[in-house]
Design a protein around this ligand. Structure first.
Ligand SMILES: NC(=O)c1ccc[n+]([C@@H]2O[C@H](COP(=O)([O-])OP(=O)(O)OC[C@H]3O[C@@H](n4cnc5c(N)ncnc54)[C@H](OP(=O)(O)O)[C@@H]3O)[C@@H](O)[C@H]2O)c1
Length: 389
């Protein structure tokens, strides 16, 4: 019987994993390592995340099915809780995803993951340790079609410290834990849910909507975004975790060349969903050169009257910096392994728009990602995070 240790159960993808997996009648025990003061509090935190996917009663019922281990994965190597010993699989999702969080992000994502890997070495029945990285470890100078094997790369120029921490984690895992059955999954950009739309999360969805409202793009409408929905990511991660034999130990979880979406199609989806706004005319602008233009337009459309809107402008600039890279992440490995192609963004964007709140309100889902680095000795002078801050 499989016993799966899940970190990150209270996050977007962790919630999608549990919502999908606990709804099935399978002989699997999910053990969730959750930051909490008590098992009951941890269960309620998991239930609160599940409520984004289902009704409160079902969320409570599903949350009762998991084993809660209160804890912090960054100290897992000191956690002698015997419930961890018998785990057969680890799905490591937990991470600090804040972009400007300084050295604290590195400590959590890099040092913390190594602590979890040390704990996994004491799991005698361990069959697979699925580490979830990010396809964005390729950095800002990657070719437009990114291949899994080219990264992590020495000297890659990272736009934010978060991706740098994830790249370093992959290197250290490979160097220091050759004895562990590690597989790495690198999702591209996760937005919405293919049937529940914006209900589970409006993370990053607000950026697409803000671009539509601003009618400004930092790239050509013919350039593409590689976006996948949370439910497809969850399904694919669980299959990668449990498939007995895999051809590779590293996979992009991405739309790939066949499934990526042109900005022109994103715009068309907005036109179809909100026809009252008519045919859109977008201005293409240069993010570095025309930064004041973006600020002026943002102020016209959203206002800049409070701190959260100013944070939203900074976040919009940051996402635009990634958009202007026009990256697609190769997914042939995944398809050849027999996994389904992700639904295209254009196919499920209408569902996301149908149950969306106000754009500024949706930004609150990402607010923590854009918290400034703490002004303490913990702030790292050598992380190259100044590029877009
Ligand atoms: N979402 C995307 O677009 C995307 C794209 C590529 C890769 N990824 C990767 O996918 C993974 C999951 O992403 P997500 O979007 O689901 O993240 P998320 O919503 O930000 O959730 C992060 C999760 O990590 C947990 N966590 C953070 N620090 C922890 C600690 N010290 N101990 C225990 N738990 C801790 C959080 O728990 P608390 O609730 O206690 O804070 C939360 O459950 C991450 O590794 C991320 O890098 C995400």
């Amino acid at each position: 019987m499989a016993r799966i240790l899940l970190t990150g159960a209270t996050g977007l993808i962790g919630g999608a994993v549990l919502h999908m997996a606990l709804g099935r009648d399978e002989d699997v025990t999910w053990v969730c390592l959750v930051r909490c003061a008590s098992i009951e509090q941890g269960r309620q935190r998991v239930a609160a995340r599940l409520e984004r996917f289902t009704d409160p009663f079902t969320a409570q019922r599903l949350a009762r099915k998991v084993e809660i281990v209160p804890g912090d994965f960054t100290r897992a190597d000191h956690d002698m809780d015997p419930r961890l010993d018998e785990c057969t699989h680890v799905l490591h999702l937990a991470a600090d995803t804040s972009w400007w969080g300084g050295v604290g992000v590195f400590r959590t994502n890099h040092d913390g993951t190594l602590a979890l890997a040390r704990r996994a070495q004491a799991m005698a029945r361990l069959e697979r340790f699925l580490h979830v990285g990010t396809a964005m470890i390729c950095g800002a100078d990657a070719p437009s079609l990114v291949d899994e094997t080219a990264y992590p790369a020495d000297g890659a120029r990272h736009i934010v410290g978060y991706t740098q921490s994830k790249a370093a984690t992959e290197i250290s895992l490979a160097e220091q834990f050759p004895d562990l059955p590690i597989v790495v999954a690198r999702p591209s950009i996760v937005v919405g849910h293919s049937t529940l739309g914006a209900a589970p999360s409006s993370s990053i969805l607000w950026v697409l909507r803000a671009a539509d409202a601003l009618r400004m793009l930092p790239c050509s409408p013919e350039s593409c975004v590689d976006i996948v929905p949370a439910d497809w990511v969850a399904e694919t991660l669980v299959s990668l975790l449990t498939k007995p034999d895999l051809k590779h130990d590293l996979y992009h979880l991405s739309a790939g060349a066949a499934g990526r979406t042109r900005w022109a199609d994103v715009i068309a989806a907005f036109e179809a969903a909100e026809p009252s706004d008519g045919v859109r005319s977008f201005r293409q602008f240069d993010l570095d050169r025309d930064s004041s233009l973006l600020r002026k337009r943002f102020a016209e459309v959203f206002g800049l009257d409070d701190a959260s809107k100013r944070a939203m402008l900074r976040a919009t600039r940051a996402y635009y910096a990634f958009c202007s890279l026009d990256l697609t992440f190769a997914n042939e490995r995944l398809i050849e392994e027999g996994f389904a192609q992700a639904p295209s963004l254009a196919s499920y964007l209408p569902i996301c728009l149908a149950n969306s709140a106000e754009i500024v309100e949706q930004f609150s889902d990402d607010l923590e990602m854009f918290a400034p680095a703490p002004a303490s000795p913990a702030s790292s002078p050598d992380l190259p995070m100044a590029a877009i801050a």
